[in-house]
Design a protein around this ligand. Sequence first.
Ligand code: ADP
Ligand code: MG
Length: 292
Amino acid sequence: ATPTSIMAGSGRAAELGVLFKGGEHLELTHRITTVVLDKTGTVTNGKPVLTDVIAEGNITEEQLLSLVGSVEKQSEHPLAEAIVQGIKDRGISLSDPDDFEAIPGYGVKAASGGRNIMVGTRKLMNQSGIDIASAAEKMEALEKDGKTAMLVAVDGVYSGIVAVADTVKESSKAAIRRLKDMGLEVIMMTGDNQRTAEAIAAEVGVDRAIAEVLPEGKAEEVKKLQMQGKHVAMVGDGINDAPALAVADIGMAIGTGTDVAMEAADITLMRGDLNSIADAILMSKKTIRNIK
Ligand code: ADP
Ligand code: MG
């Protein structure tokens, strides 16, 4: 590889908003066979909005939201921000929780106003021995709509559901089509549940979705693909994507995402648009052709 062609290639890529950390990444990117996309903030805009509130038993919607919001306001998770914003928009007041605990990949727990509150996944509820059988149908219906539905337990009793919806980026579907037309395999990976993931996957046309991946599991999933002989590009924006970005053959961080993701990646995509993935691969191919 001549330094001149690498320089020229990097420069042209930068004009397209694709920043390669080093020349070697520009040379290697053309080998990619499989693109793994994080869901939230990568395929979607990552700005979920509270859409559904279901209160069960002796609790009103407003009481449920007040308890949920009091817990979630301590969490830094994008889901928590969406829930808290939705509750504030409804003019409901929140109190400060005690003993707040975030359980990454599962949800949150805290005490507030003398009550124990838990918000999160089925697994979180099951692990705590909470009977959620009566929530099953409602959860499924929300998830089939592509919404992220979270169960709420108050003092150890299932008390309702809050759901949020995130919107798919306008460019995602066409950008994914472009990658597939280039002969690449495109996979979406998320900590969200399988049904929600499949609804979004169908909407944007990825080949398959790997769902319910715990934060520490994303890098493992990338390694599994590599062991099948695939050359993997991982694309993500979050702190929890950083290990997978580092392990992948090429890590691509969304420039609007977290600094941690950008530090772990080989390429930063300055535009949130997934078209930059195909742009990066094409720039690499062109550079390699010039080299040969
Ligand atoms: P993602 O990969 O989509 O960012 P995470 O691994 O962070 O997902 O979380 C997985 C699941 O855990 C979420 O879909 C949600 O059901 C639950 N969860 C995580 N954080 C919270 C929270 N602060 N409040 C409620 N549920 C949460
Ligand atoms: Mg994300």
